[in-house]
Design a protein around this ligand. Structure first.
Ligand code: HEM
Length: 752
């Protein structure tokens, strides 16, 4: 696909200072030392605009020590004689190795594996009625953002496609300070109170005696814990759905999870739930595919994000809000403060208020993606928290953990974390302090400092600054859960009832997979007993292959920890919770494998390549070996990837053009056959023409019919003609637009 022009995403008006590469900023700061008085320390933005040339690579000639001493030789240590021992006095060797020895920092306690990107956010219209947040007031203003997507449980080097929730953390560099929206791709959470978070994380992380399994919830300790915490049932339904194995970070929804507040200039507050809606739709992988990708391309999501941005296909989300006026706080059958509940979109529609575009890859993974520090307590005036007890605990946890992860109290000075607006206070010193504060005044109130920001009475600062929502609190000090948090099953049932049949099948299969891995039958049993409170059929289907008794609803209520949770209230399905029912449907940025051999019909290949490019998708020519294949008319066709390194799981669809008699050779190539059958098994669109269609039929994946006719087998587009008939490419593209043909799972009898 032709790269989109960056100009499309240029700002009509950018109120942030001129863009500079991060590396240049470092250089400026190092050269200048302290910023000039009145200027924000280290406050320059990290907003190199998309598609600007990357900073030059350092050259070998410029090598010096960290003290600036030019290095004559970076290949040999200082030795006593040609074959003698290395000398301790070799300060050049020592400096280099010492620095290397300390290059790693601790990984995040959770969400260690992630990928990030820069971009901007732009509101559609002035939201002053709802919030006084300045970045939500001016449709002409583009606010720089940095986003980090992550898995939760796996370590930094784990695979991208593990079954897990995904972090969706956004840092807005606003003119009023940094605002962080630190969410997930699932709108609810496992637990209701932050005091259970260490237990949850200890349970899901690899088991402590043998550090197994990596990045997987399918083990005893996780299910032991969650089955004893019935409040986790709703999120378990989501984690067992295809939401937990996204096709791409670019095809995930994001959610703030908790109920937040927005406050306007008049002081009127509303409750708000945040949503990110991806323009590419919300799509998942097949579970078998996700597991294979973990080995074939552990960087699948990271690579997908990087390549999309690099090629100008900037991913885009709309920011949505569900607004509940304060007076409606108690209007719902659930508590707005309970993070295991969502507000169905059918009850309170999502209003789309702006868009976020990610248009620049980081220059340096460590400096940006690894060192970025998000925190749900990084707020701007006009946005505030609620009393959600999970959120309240998070407000403590993030800075606390970052103090140890990033090593000092000054991590806010790291370029990726710096506010891009004026920043003044009298916090001083500490390890690794970059800013050189000047003057003798490091206290407030004072009369000795220049400027009028720090007036003796402090009134000016207060008038401009953040103030918490006024809320009268007169309550006894208690350590108890509110009974309004007791209903653990109604929304789990709503989620189940809202799924299409194939989606329900996937949820059942995921539960079966995870529970089959458990060594302790009692835990398997406890989970299906628990599921019986969600739906009897779901529980029975999950239980079938587990070698345990039938689900027993009564038993679930006997074990300790099961508070007298009420039965599910009468719930209506919420179609918005189904990915299959969500709008989506174009094939922009999808990838198609064109599987070829010698004798291929070159015109078919070129026609498909063009049609796919016109539809915004990309294609790769895949063959047994790199180099070229010789088309039927003698044209050498360049091969992009070989079967040796490129599995079907990295593609969204497969096209088999006519290959004449050479189709028989392909039918004898185990790798090629596996490639096709695997794509078929993963319910991808498969198109085949002429002898390619014959090959497909011989593998049991379809039969030849009239040109351009889509067979009853969903997502299989076949044509008997050797050359591509006119209607073929549109039919193929239309089938691809449905993402996957899940209803085919039952028909897939072929092994892959
Ligand atoms: C709704 C519930 C939660 C959501 C949506 C959430 C989301 C996230 C996200 C997206 C990250 C990754 C940030 C990044 O990319 O750097 C993260 C990290 C983290 N979260 Fe949460 N989290 C939740 C609950 C909690 C709770 C209850 C705690 C603790 C009480 C917690 C502690 C942490 C910690 C310690 C990190 C690592 C932060 C770092 O090292 O920078 N989270 N969380």
């Amino acid at each position: 696909m032709a790269p989109r022009t960056p100009a499309k995403n240029q700002s009509p008006k950018t109120k942030t200072p001129a863009a500079k590469p991060l590396a240049q900023e470092h250089a400026d700061f190092t050269a200048e030392g302290a910023p000039p008085p009145g200027k924000v320390a280290l406050g320059e933005p990290v907003t190199r605009r998309s598609h600007q040339p990357r900073p030059p690579e350092p050259t070998a000639q410029s090598l010096t020590t960290n003290q600036g001493l030019a290095l004559p030789d970076n290949h040999n240590s200082l030795k006593a004689g040609l074959r003698g021992p290395t000398l301790l006095e070799d300060f050049i060797l020592r400096e280099k190795i010492t620095h290397f020895d300390h290059e790693r920092i601790p990984e995040r306690a959770v969400h260690a594996r992630g990928a990030g990107a820069h971009g901007f956010f732009q509101v559609y219209e002035n939201m002053a009625g709802l919030t006084k947040a300045q970045f939500l007031s001016d449709p002409a203003l583009q606010t720089p953002v940095f986003v980090r997507f992550s898995t939760v449980a796996g370590s930094r080097g784990s695979a991208d496609t593990a079954r897990d929730a995904r972090g969706f953390a956004v840092k807005f560099y606003t003119a009023e300070g940094n605002y962080d929206l630190v969410g997930n791709n699932i709108p609810v959470f496992f637990i209701q109170d932050a005091i259970k978070f260490p237990d949850l994380v200890h349970a899901v992380k690899p088991e402590p005696h043998n550090e197994i399994p990596q990045a997987a919830s399918a083990h005893d300790t996780f299910w032991d814990f969650v089955t004893l915490m019935p409040e986790s049932t709703h999120m378990l339904m989501w984690v067992m759905s295809d939401r937990a194995i996204p096709r791409s970070f670019r095809m995930m929804e994001g959610f703030g999870v908790h109920t937040f507040r927005m406050v306007n200039a008049q002081g009127d507050a509303s409750f708000v739930k945040f949503h990110w809606k991806p323009l590419l739709g919300t799509h998942g992988l097949a579970w078998d595919e996700a597991q294979k990708l973990a080995g074939k391309d552990a960087d699948f999501h990271r690579r997908d994000l990087w390549e999309a941005i690099d090629s100008g296909n900037f991913p885009e989300w709309e920011l949505g809000v569900q607004v509940v006026p304060e007076e409606d706080e108690f209007r719902f059958s659930f508590d707005l403060l309970d993070p295991t509940k969502l507000i169905p979109e059918e009850l309170v529609p999502v209003r789309r208020i702006g868009r976020m575009v990610l248009n620049r890859n980081p220059d340096n993974f460590f400096a940006e993606t690894e060192q970025v520090a998000f925190h749900p307590g990084h707020l701007v005036p006009g946005i505030d928290f609620s009393n959600d007890p999970l959120l309240q605990g998070r407000l403590f946890s993030y800075t606390d953990t970052q103090l140890s992860r990033l090593g000092s109290a000054n991590f806010h000075e790291l370029p990726i974390n710096r506010a891009q607006c004026p920043m003044h206070n009298f916090q001083r010193d500490g390890m690794h302090r970059q800013q050189v504060n000047t003057g003798r005044v490091a206290y407030e109130p004072n009369t000795l400092a220049s400027g009028n920001e720090f007036r003796v009475d402090g009134t000016q600062a207060q008038a401009k600054g953040f103030s918490s929502v006024h809320e009268a609190l007169e309550s006894p000090k208690i350590r108890q859960r509110s009974p309004s948090f007791d209903d653990h099953f109604s929304q789990a049932r709503m989620f189940w009832l809202s799924q299409t049949e194939p989606e329900q099948d996937h949820i059942v299969a995921a539960f079966q997979f995870e529970l089959s891995k458990l060594e302790t039958p009692a835990i398997r049993q406890r989970m299906v007993d628990n599921l019986a409170h969600v739906d009897g059929q779901l529980a029975a289907r999950v239980a079938a292959p587990l070698g345990i008794g039938a689900p027993n609803k009564q038993a679930a209520t006997l074990w300790s920890g099961f508070r007298a949770a009420p039965h599910p209230v009468d719930v209506q399905p919420s179609p918005a919770l189904s990915m299959a029912q969500a709008p989506g449907g174009n094939i922009a940025t999808r990838t198609v494998a064109i599987l070829v051999a010698n004798g291929v019909d070159a015109t078919s290949v070129q026609t498909m390549q063009q049609a796919l490019a016109d539809a915004g998708a990309s294609s790769k020519v895949v063959a047994a070996a790199l180099g070229t294949v010789q088309a039927a008319d003698g044209t050498p066709l360049p091969v992009d990837c070989s079967l040796l390194t490129t599995p079907s799981v990295v593609f969204d669809a497969v096209f088999l053009p006519c290959m004449g008699l050479h189709a028989a050779a392909m039918a004898a190539d185990g790798d090629a056959v596996h490639f096709v059958l695997e794509a078929y098994k993963h319910c991808k669109t498969i198109g085949a023409c002429g002898s390619g269609a014959g090959l497909l039929a011989s593998l049991g994946a379809g039969q030849v019919t009239e040109p351009g006719v889509v067979l009853p087998l969903p997502g299989v587009v076949l044509a008997a003609a050797g050359a591509l008939p006119a209607g073929f490419a549109p039919a193929f593209i239309q089938a691809m637009g449905q993402h996957r043909h899940w209803s085919r799972s039952g028909l897939a009898t072929v092994p892959a």
